[in-house]
Design a protein around this ligand. Structure first.
Ligand SMILES: [Ca+2]
Length: 403
């Protein structure tokens, strides 16, 4: 176990034991009442969280339902707000005027403007990417647009991807973006929604096992939305060539460990069974054939937890903490954090610090209490962690070891 440092500044920053997590969980408002109990890890040992002393600094307040953070090469931060605005933070100050030229979004329930990602060669091409839900309550899809950002507005907005099947309702859009070293991008898409929602005469969740469908997948795309020729199913009949991995319910955290060339994701179960997955090209992650999750009603989704040919999660969590943004930490700023994952939690109202061994197995976990629903966690260019809280008056919070 790594030694952790001992002091802290803000009162909301107190590191906590499980009892406190339970307390904060009971006060939540959340769409799925059965998820309102908290975050108790069932997959790995948990350090008493009092060992984790973290200073928390509120950088910005007044963000409406912020969803994602990205940094430009000049250090400015881009933050999406789910109702459909893109905001800029420069030198720790939120610019009052949102970026202009955004696409129209379907902002209902879980939908709206979601991820923002900056092209690895932004300095040359000025490209940023936005994911969002588009359409109507009867027919909507996750889209990804590419645009040139000039510092104030979006130009040359082009829809470079949209899910190949329309669905109804406001659930399970995905839609995190992560770049790979070859400048292709991974894009996670949700399974479309919960029962009784159907598509093509069966529960829409079954789309996760249909390799012709973008729903319930991680997709791999070139930076213009075209399909890389070395995707795992390009030469497979009966599969969409964008598919990179499948059998996912609703990935809300996606990150790349460049040192070990590993892709990590977190996804929501329904009632319990939220998962951490080490994701590899062409593999099947099981949903909804195998899962530790149960229906919101409490009934079994399936009796199978594992099956040959399907990849088990590295760990799972019951009850559901509702994992959100995910960051793999590789910066030199905080040696204690190197090689670890940081997973935001909506219901858990914190950031889960997940320690891994060389093989990517979970060796330890504890939760940094934030006291609000956490929507995103990312490493900043300064090597500190930045957190967005999913509130009507959402915050950008910086985390660093107390010293
Ligand atoms: Ca799974």
């Amino acid at each position: 176990m790594k030694a952790k440092i001992n002091t802290l500044r803000m009162s909301l920053s107190i590191a906590l034991g499980m009892a406190m997590i339970m307390t904060s969980g009971c006060s939540l408002t959340q769409a799925s009442p059965d998820k309102s109990q908290v975050a108790q890890n069932t997959g790995a040992p948990t350090t008493p969280a009092a060992k984790q002393n973290i200073k928390q600094s509120v950088v910005v307040e007044g963000l409406e339902r912020p969803w994602s953070i990205a940094w430009l090469p000049d250090g400015a931060m881009l933050i999406t707000e789910r109702p459909g605005r893109l905001r800029v933070v420069r030198n720790g100050v939120l610019e009052p005027t949102p970026v202009t030229g955004l696409p129209e979004v379907f902002a209902v329930n879980q939908g709206g403007l979601m991820d923002v990602s900056v092209h690895p060669r932004f300095a040359e091409n000025g490209f940023i990417y936005l994911t969002y839900s588009h359409g109507t309550n009867d027919a909507n899809r996750t889209r990804m647009a590419r645009a040139v950002f000039d510092g104030k507005s979006l130009k040359d907005v082009k829809v470079v991807f949209e899910v190949n099947k329309a669905k109804s309702g406001g659930q399970h859009f995905g839609s995190r973006i992560t770049w790979l070293p070859d400048n292709t991008m991974l894009l996670a898409i949700g399974d479309g929604g919960n029962p009784p929602l159907q598509l093509e005469g069966e529960l829409i969740r079954k789309q996760a096992q249909n390799r012709n469908s973008h729903l319930g997948k991680i997709l791999r795309l070139n930076d213009d939305g075209s399909i890389p020729k070395d995707n795992p199913f390009v030469n497979t009949g009966n599969a969409n060539p964008a598919v990179w991995s499948y059998g996912h319910r609703n990935i809300q955290g996606l990150t790349f460990d460049a040192g070990n060339k590993r892709v990590w994701s977190t996804e929501h179960g329904a009632r319990g069974g939220d998962e951490l997955n080490l994701v590899e090209a062409g593999k099947n992650y099981g949903w909804p054939i195998v899962t530790y999750s149960r229906e919101y009603s409490g009934g079994e989704i399936t009796k199978e937890r594992s099956r040959p040919g399907m990849v088990d999660p590295k760990t799972y969590w019951t009850p559901s903490p509702a994992p959100s943004g995910l960051a793999f930490y590789s910066n030199n700023r905080v040696p204690d954090w190197q090689g670890d994952l940081f997973s935001g939690e909506l219901i858990g109202q914190g950031v889960r610090h997940i320690e891994l061994d060389a093989k990517g197995n979970v060796t330890n976990q504890n939760v940094i209490d934030i006291g609000q629903r956490v929507r995103d966690v990312r490493t900043g260019p300064d090597g500190l962690l930045y957190v967005l809280t999913d509130e009507q008056d959402g915050r950008l919070i910086r985390l660093e070891p107390a010293s």
